[in-house]
Design a protein around this ligand. Structure first.
Ligand SMILES: [Zn+2]
Length: 341
């Protein structure tokens, strides 16, 4: 049994349990995705409690599952197709020397993140990145404290100030936004306010539980001239929401035709796009953007979930934006913008 199997056992057991045990099982199931080591080895050494979320009760339950070789149930759609950190690391080990140059989705205190622009720069540079795109939410997403045009302009000055502290050619923050897009593909920001940004991500945050085909919604978003990257396309969330349905081949073919990118939101609970859809995106020739969707310290590293998913899906490395330099990336977005103008 690997951590993915254990995560599913914990999640399905939580559905039968109640009260504190239910919460503990559900919490451990979510944490199992980001445990840095595979479980059976730890169990043999009696170190299960060193894992985040595992106390004496769960240690007893897990030990019994391992001893009895408990069969792992097939996960429901809300939990299917997620990579665990251990799986991610083993995929990446098969591609030595491949390192992302930056992260293309992150949030600060300007919307719903917990770090300042300056703090994020420090964290990103320390992570070894050459650039970090700051993509706070736009005004339509009130629940996440989205920015209006005036706040976006002020944030831009703050980003410029921080960038001045770094040597030319060294680390830099990219000015960006995660613009909220309506189900009919319209953004919620004045196009003039977006013109000064390096990149614009557009994401859906509403009507994410519809069961009907949403192909037209995606085609409309891709046609929006202000957007270069379609953020967390499916809108899925681990153990919560399956995300939207569409004729993905058609959506990805249109993205490729327009030269726009589709994102892998690499937050472990999202992993959106997932490997299965990335395989189709790869076949259609899509460009891929990877974002950690970090909101707090310690989350930038989630980009590795995205890189592993892209590699697992066979995406050619020259189609991964984060493997390009900041200049190439900005040039790519500028060209798209000019073409749409
Ligand atoms: Zn979002």
């Amino acid at each position: 049994m690997d951590n993915a199997g254990l995560a599913e056992l914990l999640a399905s057991a939580s559905e039968q349990a109640e009260g504190n045990l239910q919460r503990a099982l559900r919490r451990a199931s979510r944490r199992a995705m980001t445990w840095p080591v595979e479980l059976p080895g730890l169990a043999e050494r009696g170190e299960l409690q060193s894992l985040e979320g595992v106390g004496p009760t769960l240690e007893r339950i897990i030990t019994r599952w391992l001893e009895e070789d408990e069969p792992v149930p097939t996960p429901p759609e809300t939990r299917a197709g997620f990579l665990t950190l251990t799986r991610v690391r083993s995929i990446l080990a098969g591609h030595p020397g491949l390192e992302l140059k930056g992260d293309l989705q992150s949030h600060t205190v300007w919307s719903d993140g917990g770090v300042t622009v300056a703090e994020l720069a420090v964290l990103s540079e320390a992570h070894g990145f050459e650039y970090q795109a700051i993509t706070d939410h736009s005004k339509g997403l009130k629940i996440a404290g989205g920015m209006d045009e005036e706040e976006l302009t002020r944030q831009g000055y703050e980003i410029e100030d921080v960038n001045e502290r770094y040597a030319a050619g060294g680390f830099r923050l990219l000015k960006s936004i995660e613009m909220n897009i309506s189900p009919t593909g319209e953004g919620d920001m004045e196009p003039e306010a977006l013109a000064g940004l390096d990149l614009v991500l557009g994401s859906f945050h509403s009507k994410l539980r519809l069961k009907e085909d949403q192909t037209e919604r995606y085609l409309a978003a891709l046609a929006n001239p202000d957007i270069q990257i379609l953020g967390h396309p499916q809108g899925r969330m681990w153990n919560f929401r399956t995300g939207l349905h569409a004729d993905w081949r058609r959506v990805f073919a249109e993205a490729a035709r327009l030269g726009k990118a589709v994102e892998i939101d690499a937050f472990p609970d999202r992993q959106d796009l997932k490997v299965e859809l990335l395989e189709i995106a790869g076949e259609e020739g899509c460009t891929i953007s990877i974002g950690s969707d970090a909101h707090w310290p310690g989350q930038i590293g989630f980009v590795e979930f995205g890189l592993a998913a892209a590699l697992e899906a066979g995406i050619p490395t020259d189609r991964i934006l984060n493997l390009r330099s900041a200049e190439e990336l900005i040039g790519w977005a500028a060209e798209l913008r000019d073409r749409s103008a």
